[in-house]
Design a protein around this ligand. Structure first.
Ligand SMILES: NC(=O)C1=CN([C@@H]2O[C@H](COP(=O)(O)OP(=O)(O)OC[C@H]3O[C@@H](n4cnc5c(N)ncnc54)[C@H](OP(=O)(O)O)[C@@H]3O)[C@@H](O)[C@H]2O)C=CC1
Ligand SMILES: O=C(CO)COP(=O)(O)O
Length: 324
């Protein structure tokens, strides 16, 4: 079948490979002309050095060409740019598989809500513990794809047909998207812990208490609590909070060295979705009157210049309470 992948960063180009390995004809849209040139010449990703594009991945710099090529469109454009990239396009006959994790900063919308507002026929989100660097090397990886219509989620699941990438289907689109958004914020906190000394006890507590915040926000928005125990929740928290590749975790490590966030971001070539998403989730939680203590402290470190050590101290000295 024909599939288009929009966005040729680490994850879009890796997904293009996995879908091509699954037997599909893939067209990959590359925004940057220099990157397109490089990909055409070398068939290797600028972002993920081990990634080689199979011959059934066609490349284009024209977004319209990619959108016309297929009715199933995979989005790997980072959340903050989805509206700009897709806003003017006709998505009426398109089924979207969103690959990005986060909430739009200005509107607090989840990726699927953005695509729905542009009139997409059906929308799903694929999420879970999946560093592009490892998927590109065909290291066994499991993820989940969620849609309101479980049949569409199963359809997307069954597009994958390779031994190294296993996809589960799920009908909790809200829960999966909220889990993916929050875990990027929590990964920043994990990086702070690493930067301050790599404290194992603190990291374990962070991951565990993050599940409470995921469930609280997810359920308040209509998601299912059990999604938190799945691949998009605990699975992705483990990989990003403990693994070596997470860009969000690296942001936290740099914050612990007292570097300013603007300086950190401008020195990075890749995207750290947790920074903008933290702002969106913070404001959304205040609007909904939901307590998310870790998100609030990451927000204060990112946007109010709070000392990371002070943020941890405030988390540790909150009012005593029952665990759940
Ligand atoms: N990397 C990973 O392992 C995984 C990433 N994800 C998610 O996938 C999404 C994409 O991340 P990833 O592929 O890693 O990104 P990268 O950090 O590898 O690359 C950045 C991407 O952002 C694009 N971009 C930058 N500025 C703009 C802009 N102004 N308008 C449109 N696009 C822009 C770049 O396009 P260009 O190169 O043309 O500038 C490039 O595709 C994120 O939501 C991330 O959380 C999910 C699972 C795994
Ligand atoms: O989402 C990811 C792995 O599942 C990648 O995380 P980072 O964006 O923090 O690198």
């Amino acid at each position: 079948m024909r599939i288009s992948v929009i966005g040729a960063g680490s994850w879009g180009s890796t997904m293009a490979k996995v879908l091509a390995d699954s037997g599909h004809d893939v067209m990959l849209w590359v925004r940057e002309p220099d990157l397109l040139e490089l990909l055409r010449e070398e068939r290797r990703s600028y972002f993920v050095k081990s990634l080689h594009l199979p011959s059934n991945v066609a490349l284009t710099g024209k977004l319209n060409e990619a959108l016309e090529y297929a009715d199933v469109i995979f989005n790997a454009v980072p959340v903050q740019y989805i509206s700009t990239v897709f806003g003017e396009r006709n998505l009426a006959n398109k089924s979207i598989v969103n690959l990005s994790k986060g909430l739009e900063m200005s509107t607090h919308r989840r990726p699927s809500q953005i695509f729905e507002s542009f009139g997409a026929k059906t929308v799903s989100t694929l999420s879970g513990p999946s560093y592009a660097e490892e998927v590109a090397r065909e290291i066994p990886t499991s993820v989940v794809v969620a849609a309101k219509d479980i049949e569409f989620a199963r359809f997307v699941r069954d597009l994958y047909n390779v031994k190294y990438f296993r996809v589960y289907s799920n009908d909790d689109l809200i829960g999966v998207e909220i889990a993916g958004g929050i875990k990027n914020v929590i990964a920043i906190a994990a990086g702070i812990i690493d930067g301050l000394g790599g404290w194992n006890n603190s990291k374990a507590a962070l991951i565990t208490r993050a599940t409470v915040e995921m469930a609280r926000l997810g359920v308040a928005l209509g998601g299912k609590p059990e999604t938190v125990a799945g691949l998009a929740g605990v699975g992705d928290l483990i990989v990003t909070c403990t693994g070596v590749y997470s860009r969000n975790r690296k942001v936290g490590e740099e914050l612990a060295k007292k570097r300013k966030i603007d300086e950190i971001l401008s020195s990075m070539k890749m995207v750290a979705e947790g920074v903008a998403t933290c702002r969106a989730i913070y404001h959304l939680s205040r609007k909904l009157n939901i307590e998310l203590p870790i998100v609030e402290q990451v927000y204060a470190v990112l946007y109010e210049e709070k000392e990371p050590k002070k943020a941890i101290e405030e988390l540790m000295t909150r009012k005593k309470k029952d665990e759940r």
